[in-house]
Design a binder for this molecule. Structure first.
Ligand code: NDP
Length: 333
């Protein structure tokens, strides 16, 4: 078996020297476990947090251990009578070609329902993040203006489309013109701004949001968010989903203090973690699948081929290499 382990805690932007490929004998599944062969690996921004020693909502990855995270695989050998060879499963065994996984930690995937890779994206954690963050905290109403940052990423592009389904005006912020063309021409965003090339992002946002901002779905934080938060309407809602612009900073970021804007507008800013909604995943997934079937919800996947490219695929999240969900394809079904 081949796995990728963390060999040191990254300082600032992670690099390939922080990781190592390690060969080990194939694991043998014990009672209640199955041996899975990895088909797809998910690389996610939150993993950067777990590479640091700092306390957070998820434990730091131990040095020398495999990077854990979402994966899809096929059962090769089963030591649990309820699970059979050939079944496709999603689990949390992370960056390795094979794993012995406890069946309690697995979710069955029906390959006839949708491409199995979607279980890591629009029909998995990222789709659910968009769904609950937007609908439970953002609560977009018809005719309101929703701004989403990280708009061409896995979560962001689903957020914008659900907001459209709810009848809102949707403005995305992303890091390239081709991503923004995709958002406006393919996904129906009303406007999309390029934060890298816009000389005055705040002025551009004011033009794109003539009626102000009712919901700001924040994936990135930093200066982009400062600009959006200066345009809040009374009773605005701000789901804090991620702060990727800050994940690689070595020193805390001291931006403008926004509490006055929240106070004046009686606005609600609330952080959330998708895991909080676990008991309702079973209700959300059919709704997301229904929107895909009806053509109201599209998704993009950025699939890098080959386990050996996993680290580069992860690092690419911080340079914006991906349109939609970033995945690594490890083997064929
Ligand atoms: P994405 O697919 O959005 O990938 C990350 C994107 O972020 C990149 O493509 C890049 O796009 C953008 N980006 C990277 N660095 C910066 C920067 N410095 N400033 C602005 N944009 C940047 O990842 P996900 O959809 O998986 O995650 C999006 C956010 O949601 C992350 O912050 C993540 O941590 C968070 N998250 C939170 C969850 C929760 O439960 N709260 C669950 C899942 C994700 P561009 O070209 O536009 O720069």
């Amino acid at each position: 078996n081949e796995k990728i382990v963390l060999v040191k805690r990254p300082e600032g932007m992670p690099g390939s020297a922080d990781f190592e490929f390690k060969e080990e004998p194939l694991p043998v599944p014990q009672a209640g476990e199955v041996l899975v062969r990895t088909l797809y690996i998910s690389v996610d921004p939150y993993m950067r947090g777990r590479m640091s020693a700092a306390k957070s909502y998820a434990e730091p990855y131990p040095i020398g251990e495999v990077i854990m995270g979402g994966s899809i695989g096929q059962i090769m050998e089963s030591a649990d009578p309820q699970w059979k060879e050939g079944d496709i499963v999603a689990g949390l065994w992370g960056w390795q070609r094979y794993a012995a996984a406890s069946t309690e930690s697995l979710r069955r995937i029906d390959p006839d329902l949708a491409p199995v890779s979607t279980a890591l994206g629009v029909l998995g954690m990222t789709g659910l993040t968009a769904y609950f963050g937007l609908l439970d905290i953002g609560k977009p109403q018809e005719g309101e203006t929703v701004v989403v940052s990280g708009a061409a990423g896995a979560v962001g592009m689903i957020v914008g489309q659900i907001a459209k389904i709810k009848g809102a005006r949707v403005v995305g912020i992303a890091g390239s013109d081709s991503k923004n063309d995709y958002l406006t021409k393919e996904l129906g965003f009303d406007a999309a701004l390029n934060y890298r090339t816009e000389k005055d992002l705040k002025a551009a946002l004011e033009m794109a949001c003539p009626n102000g901002v009712d919901v700001y779905f924040d994936n990135v934080g930093g200066e982009i968010s400062d600009d959006v938060l200066s345009l809040l309407n009374p009773n605005a809602r701000i789901p804090i989903c991620g702060q990727i612009a800050l994940y690689n900073l070595e020193k805390p970021d001291n931006g403008p203090r926004m509490q006055t804007a929240l106070l004046k507008n009686t606005a609600l800013m609330k952080g959330f973690l998708v895991g909080q909604y676990a008991k309702d995943f079973g209700k959300a997934l059919p709704e997301l699948a229904g929107w895909i079937q009806s053509g109201q919800l599209q998704y993009a996947e950025n699939i890098v081929d080959g386990f050996e490219n996993t680290i580069e695929a992860f690092l690419g999240l911080f340079s914006g290499d991906n349109l939609g969900k970033q995945l690594v394809k490890v083997s064929e079904m």
